[in-house]
Design a protein around this ligand. Structure first.
Ligand code: G16
Length: 543
């Protein structure tokens, strides 16, 4: 076995963000860039020798090259076995599941999620731990520290085996096992949902359009939705993963899934429209004539989860990220279960799920999931919606309206200002922080500020503390404005502004979100000076 130790030097900027290290492909292609980061991960892990790792990605440009390097480095670092998705593919939730069911030590997931792919697009590497979830901050910080001190990496001088053929091969002393990326995940979905009921509903005329956005969920959707549940072939679109996502932007939101949105608002709309992102963990849900915000989706799924076999026994609690609307909190209250508010980042749900405190989790950023894996899960959300629609026999629009009547409606929007100059964005946040003490008592948009803070979180399970997670301006009437900088962008800074107003009166729940929130939106600009500081007149993306 020919292990080569290569001298290297630290490369600045290898700091994992909200979800691993994400950079331009061209950055990852620089000499030693992947090697330094992967060696730093291996160095930060204790007792790696002889262990099993899972490796797979969303199929984007550079996926195969990175997997080849990772396999050769894993072999050189004494890893015992690596499970690789066939063709290098594993959706993020499927990877989480494989780590769990195969009792692996951890896994490397290659994806930049919803960011564009291709030679000029983005790439990413994320490490997940043995529970299947993203590495907690203690590990990502250790990895980052290692990237700043690294002096050498180890790699095997032998080509990596073919990853297109299912089966086992040797690479040095390590076994490379190429697995079907869909099978274990499919089996898990069959345990959670009433496939017979959904199949019957589909045979009886329930219609679906699922857009895989040329990304990783295509093969999963084909097997589960078409082959198993009987959805018509043409209902699953853009189902072949491509390295540049067909030139598109695999972000299932109202901007990048415009075509789906328009179909769902039209005369011939199917009953349920859905899409998932690059690595299959995000979801978009649109009923006929009814977009469902991710925050509402979490609340509605939680309120109806007992209709699916996997959750028939009830749920232990609901967790949501801080910027996600409070709609789910009201469901938790009614169910008499715990409600948890965490910083943005799926990694913060891990301890709550492991401790059995939360069963369902969700984020405004189109992420919903449960304790079945330790990642958010796009297809899982689609299947739970299908299960609920089939069980209730009602259109999505009516399910949403009934939910609002019962719990009230949280009008909610997020405005993103993308690729803002970093110093301008940092300056805006710093000025907001400095003004926190002076905001309470002031009135904006007819509402008085009751409290303003910078969200800090102490994990109730392991007591780890996380500070500076977003500026919250909380109004006396329950309205809220939140400002934070994205941790997943790869160019400049992205300012996210989250705006929410609660409306308990059913007579006032039919309004247009942007109109209802217009005065709060203006207040958000007034409070932070967005236009003046960033030079932007309007947001790039409104969801
Ligand atoms: C990641 C994280 C999510 C987070 C999202 C947005 O999602 O896993 O928990 O909500 O980023 O983060 P930010 O607002 O910092 O950009 P994904 O789908 O990109 O992996």
């Amino acid at each position: 076995m020919d292990v080569r130790t290569v001298e290297t030097q630290p490369i600045p900027g290898q700091k994992p963000g909200t979800s691993g290290l994400r950079k331009k492909v061209t950055v990852f292609q620089a000499p030693n860039y992947v090697e330094n980061f992967v060696q730093s991960i291996f160095d930060a892990l204790e007792n790696l020798a002889g262990q099993t790792l899972v490796v797979g990605g969303d199929g984007r440009y550079f996926n195969r090259e990175a997997i080849g390097t990772i396999l050769r480095m894993a072999a050189a670092n004494g890893v015992g076995r690596v499970l690789v998705g066939q063709g290098g593919l594993l959706s993020t939730p499927a990877a989480s599941n494989v780590i769990r069911v195969r009792r692996a030590f951890g896994g490397l997931i290659l994806s930049a999620s919803h960011n564009p792919g291709g030679p000029h697009g983005d790439f990413g590497i994320k490490y997940n731990v043995a529970n299947g979830g993203p590495a907690p901050e203690a590990i990502t910080e250790a990895v980052h520290a290692r990237t700043l001190a690294i002096t050498r990496y180890r790699i095997l001088d032998e080509p990596a085996p073919d990853i297109d053929r299912i089966g086992e091969a040797r690479l040095g002393a390590m076994i490379v096992e190429v697995i079907d990326p869909v099978a274990d995940y499919h089996a898990l979905m069959r345990k959670l949902f009433d496939f017979d009921l959904i199949r019957q509903a589909i045979a009886g005329g329930l219609t679906l359009r699922f857009d895989a956005m040329h990304a990783v969920t295509g093969p999963y959707a084909r097997v589960i939705l078409v082959d198993d549940l009987g959805v018509s072939e043409g209902s699953v679109v853009n189902a072949v993963p491509s390295p540049d996502f067909g030139g598109g932007h695999p972000d299932p939101n109202l901007v990048h899934s415009r075509e789906l949105y328009e179909l769902m608002m039209g005369e011939d709309a199917p009953d349920l429209g859905a899409a998932s992102d690059g690595d299959g963990d995000r979801n978009l849900i649109i009923g006929r004539g009814q977009f469902v915000t991710p925050s509402d989706s979490l609340a509605i799924l939680a309120a109806n989860s007992h209709l699916a076999p996997g959750y028939r026994q009830g749920i232990a609690g609901i967790a949501r990220s801080m910027p996600t609307s409070a709609a789910a909190d009201r469901v938790a209250e009614k169910l008499g279960v715990g409600a948890y508010e965490t910083p943005t980042g799926w990694k913060f749900f891990g301890t709550l799920l492991d401790a059995g405190l939360a069963t369902l989790c969700g984020e405004e950023s189109a992420g919903t999931g449960s304790n079945h894996v330790r990642e958010k899960d796009g297809l899982w959300a689609v299947l739970l919606w299908l299960n609920i629609v089939a069980a209730r026999g009602e259109p999505v629009r009516e399910i949403v309206a009934a939910h609002w009547r019962e719990y009230g409606r949280n009008y909610y929007t997020r405005h993103d200002y993308e690729e803002v100059e970093s110093s301008a964005a940092e300056g805006l946040m710093a000025a907001l922080r400095a003004s926190l003490h002076s905001l309470p008592g002031l009135t904006f948009a007819g509402s008085m500020v009751e409290k303003a803070d910078d969200f800090a979180y102490t994990d109730p399970v392991d007591s780890s503390a996380t500070a500076r997670q977003g500026i919250r301006v909380l109004f006396a009437d329950g309205s809220r404005i939140v400002y934070r900088l994205s941790g997943t962008g790869t160019a400049g800074a992205t300012l996210r502004v989250y705006i929410e107003r609660y409306e308990p009166d059913p007579a006032k729940q039919g309004g247009d979100t942007q109109q209802v929130l217009a005065s709060l939106i203006a207040a958000a600009d007034e409070i932070a000076g967005i236009g003046a500081r960033t030079g932007r007149e309007r947001p790039d993306v409104v969801t």
